[in-house]
Ligand binder design. Structure first.
Ligand SMILES: [Zn+2]
Length: 467
């Protein structure tokens, strides 16, 4: 059975796992789901080991065909998108009487699927890339110093998969070359040597990728790229390819407005269902490796904010520069806040911003701090707008206990002396300043967020912390 676009849309809407709808889910959230999946009888769910902090790691098996496919997700704890898609797939394969039984039977008879979701549960707990030992598991394929990396390698040796899928997230700043389009999915058949040679194994992985790219173009046209193909001798993908598994890296990227990456998740679901189909019926063989070469490489020229042609006055003279800002997500407990950092200053004509603003003719105005000490209860929309119009970016509140707490006010809040950056823009410093003319302030840049003061907007989605 060949799935077409409407089938994917229907399947995803039926089987999207509704218990995983934000990206900071934890190991404890997937345990009950795994119990349910196992109880259907169609999946064999086995414990293959424990993480450093003794969280259980599971392998799920579906089907009994001769072609073995091994997939693993989230070896980097802060890269959860594919894990969500794997749970969508588990639900799909547990479904019936929905028009997809022929597909399921086909896959089950020709292929055996092995899934290891959330290989780094300790990192996931902290929403960090590395393991509890602070090792990057994707640089541990050779040494296998981490228990989790050793587990994955042992599974590779035990199962000897014909195909392997290494599922990750890449950062939001990759773009399609020459455009401001973020890369939604990037793909790679990792190189098994420095010469980036193409043997039968890697060639087949490239052919599978051509098929994946083809179907993804129907969902996210022109937003698919290739990941950097430099050989990484310590990386798992590179080693799986060397061990003879046709290995495919899928990197979940970004889509404008898709903070929790639900569309990107759907793309993983579609890509994997299509890949299973083309592996099962060998139709991936129809593609050529030259088609793989037509997929553009990731470029990395996006920023969260790009301010173009900003005039800065310094020592009586004027310069005109572009300023790039990136908002770094910082974990605090089970939540997070943003730190808006000046990432680059200068001629950034060839770069792009998710928010891209030409401020020609306007000048940089340093931020000021409010003289009065307030109670947090005194802060409201009107007062903040008033302060911002006066060029005040920071208020001091009287509350010694408040530091570290999160808030959604569009102004910086400090609970003790010491203030946030107030001078000229400086690389790596927090982006707090104003833009306007001698008469009027037009924009406030508060912790990297851009507020257009002419429209008095009050976006409730700010993720700020009290300093
Ligand atoms: Zn990764």
């Amino acid at each position: 059975m060949k799935l077409v676009k409407d089938d994917f849309i229907k399947a995803f809407s039926l089987y999207e796992e509704k218990a995983l709808m934000h990206r900071r889910f934890k190991h404890a959230d997937i345990i009950p789901l795994l119990g349910n999946i196992g109880s259907s009888g169609r999946f064999e769910v086995v414990e293959i080991g424990k993480s450093t902090e003794e969280r259980l790691i599971f392998r799920l098996q579906y089907g009994h065909g001769p072609i073995k496919i091994l997939l693993w997700s989230q070896m980097h704890g802060d890269e959860p998108t594919a894990t969500m898609a794997l749970f969508d797939l588990f639900n799909f394969f547990n479904g019936k009487d929905d028009g997809f039984d022929a597909y399921r039977d086909d896959i089950a008879s020709k292929v055996t699927l092995y899934f290891i979701p959330m290989l780094n549960p300790d990192g996931t707990e902290r929403f960090q890339r590395r393991t509890a030992m602070d090792v990057d598991m994707n640089r541990d394929a050779r040494a296998t110093a981490t228990v989790e990396g050793a587990l994955l390698k042992a599974q590779a040796m035990l199962l000897k998969p014909d195909f392997a899928f290494n599922l990750h997230n890449q950062n939001n700043y990759y773009n399609i070359p020459g455009t401001n389009m973020p890369v939604t999915i990037s793909l790679l058949a990792p190189a098994y040597d420095y010469a980036r040679s193409i043997n039968e194994t890697r060639g087949d992985a490239m052919r599978v990728i051509v098929g994946i790219n083809k179907v993804l173009q129907e969902f996210v046209p022109k937003a698919v790229a290739r990941y950097d193909d430099e050989h990484t001798p310590r990386g798992f993908g590179d080693n799986f390819q060397k061990w003879g598994a046709r290995t495919i890296l899928i990197e979940s990227g970004a889509y404008v407005g898709d903070t929790e990456k639900m569309l990107v998740r759907k793309c993983n679901f579609v890509a994997l269902l299509k890949a299973f189909e083309e592996i099962a019926d060998q139709s991936f063989k129809q593609y050529s490796v030259t088609d793989y070469d037509t997929i553009p490489f990731n470029d990395e020229k996006l920023h969260d904010v790009l301010l173009r042609n900003l005039t800065i006055e310094q020592h009586g003279s004027q310069i005109v520069v572009d300023i790039a800002i990136r908002q770094i997500e910082k974990t605090i407990g089970s939540d997070y806040y943003m730190e808006g950092i000046v990432e680059d200053i200068g001629d950034l004509q060839d770069f792009y911003g998710y928010q891209d603003l030409d401020v020609s003719g306007l000048k940089f105005i340093p931020a000021k701090k409010y003289d009065n000490i307030l109670l947090i209860e005194q802060l409201d929309h009107n007062l903040i707008q008033d302060l911002l119009h006066k060029g005040i970016a920071t208020v001091h509140i009287k509350d010694d206990e408040a530091a570290g707490k999160l808030h959604q006010f569009p102004i910086n809040i400090v609970s003790r002396e010491g203030f946030l950056s107030e001078g000229l823009p400086e690389l790596g410093s927090m982006a707090n300043f104003f833009i306007g003319t001698d008469e009027n302030i037009k924009y406030a840049i508060i912790n990297g967020y851009v507020l257009d003061l002419r429209v008095s907007d009050c976006n409730p989605n700010y993720k700020n912390r009290i300093y």
